[in-house]
Design a binder for this molecule. Structure first.
Ligand code: PLP
Length: 363
């Protein structure tokens, strides 16, 4: 066990080992069919059953209200940066869409939306280099807006919304790519939630969109068929050939999550894992956390050492110790430990021990 490698990559990220073992075991012969799951038609009853099981499991794990639809869409999270305004800006004639910029992905979301509405960034955390969710005047969220967009968990900086904004009747749209199913949330507070699969949920290149059904039907005339949520819902995510393998994998991840005790249980474990690393950071006087304490994420823990030379040494020795992909995002440098749902406590313990020893040896 001592030479086990733990993957702290931000995405594509680690998947639960039992899920990968099951994929391997079933790969050449899916349920006695004699063919692989990636060879069968997306319209076959076997695949449709996989897709529907994933939707049912997600509802079961989240208590998602019945008036929300679950879509599987192409292009990862970033494709939704365009699809969101294409589908929702037209809810109001003025097409005013409000963005709360809490990090780089939030900024890109607003940028990609520019072409499709009157995109207004009402608050930005850039001034403090996104080390917190910035304070803002709630009056800036005006009821004439088509929607309000936030990024739930800021993957690069390791911050998250601990209390989501109150938006009244304006639909709250959240990019939850790096945190979906990591904590319990009240889904009824949101109009749309979307997430690229490759962080907490499965393989890259696809996203899940969870949309309140009354928000369908507002897509602009220029919206490509495959980005139109209403069309996608009509076809139950099978307008064209979907990424069948990714949906198969997410179904297995959801089954695994259920076996772990569901979202409440994983949330508790995630809090323990994150607290373990923040204890090392706060207690060391050696590591400097990027996120302000009240805004810390339980999914991404970003920190710096005193110099780039020490950070390079840290990363090199970490790899040798079986701690993979700890390099921080190019925007902030330093170290980032992504500890999504599948990361076991043992992996976090190993990293914490390594950090303590590195600080002792390089103080
Ligand atoms: C990783 C990430 C993205 C980008 O996802 P892609 O699937 O690569 O487009 C967007 N938003 C957040 C919050 C992310 O963490």
């Amino acid at each position: 066990m001592s030479d086990k490698v733990y993957n702290f990559g931000a995405g594509p990220a680690m998947l639960p080992e039992p899920v990968m073992a099951k994929i391997q075991q079933e790969f050449l012969n899916y349920q006695g069919m004699g063919v692989s799951v990636i060879e069968i038609s997306h319209r076959s009853k076997e695949f449709v059953s996989i897709l529907e099981s994933a939707q049912t499991l997600f509802r079961e794990l989240t208590g998602l209200p019945d008036n929300y639809k679950i879509l599987f869409v192409h292009g990862g999270a970033r494709m939704q940066f365009s699809a969101i305004p294409m589908n929702l800006a037209g809810r109001k004639e003025a097409k005013k869409c409000l963005y709360l910029e809490t990090g780089n992905f939030a900024k890109l979301a607003a940028k990609d939306a520019q072409a499709f509405g009157d995109i207004q960034t009402i608050v930005s955390g850039a001034e403090t280099n996104y080390d917190r969710i910035p304070d803002y005047d709630p009056a800036l969220i005006t009821q004439d807006a088509s929607y309000v967009h936030i990024t739930g968990n800021n993957t690069i900086y390791g911050t998250r919304w601990n209390r989501f904004p109150e938006t009244g009747d304006v639909p709250l749209v959240a990019d939850m790519t790096s945190e979906l199913l990591s904590r319990q949330i009240d889904y009824s507070k949101f109009g749309v939630i979307y997430a690229g699969l490759q962080k907490n949920l499965g393989p890259s290149g696809m996203a899940m969109v969870i949309i309140r059904e009354d928000l369908l039907g507002h897509a602009g005339p220029q919206t490509p068929t495959l980005l139109n949520y209403t069309q996608c819902d009509k076809d139950n995510s099978l307008t064209n050939t979907t990424n069948t393998f990714a949906i198969y994998a997410i179904k297995l991840v959801l089954e695994w999550l259920k076996e772990q005790g569901g979202v409440a249980a994983i949330e508790k474990r995630n809090a323990e894992k994150a607290a373990r690393l923040y204890r090392v950071i706060d207690g060391s006087g050696y590591y400097r956390g990027v996120a302000q304490a009240d805004h810390r994420s339980t999914m991404n823990v970003s920190f710096n050492l005193a110099s780039e030379e020490l950070e390079a040494k840290f990363l090199k020795e970490a790899v040798a110790a079986g701690l993979y992909a700890l390099k921080g995002h190019r925007n902030v440098g330093g170290i980032r430990a992504s500890i999504y749902n599948p990361m076991p406590l043992a992996g976090v313990e190993k990293l914490a021990g390594f950090m303590e020893e590195f600080a002792r040896n390089n103080g």
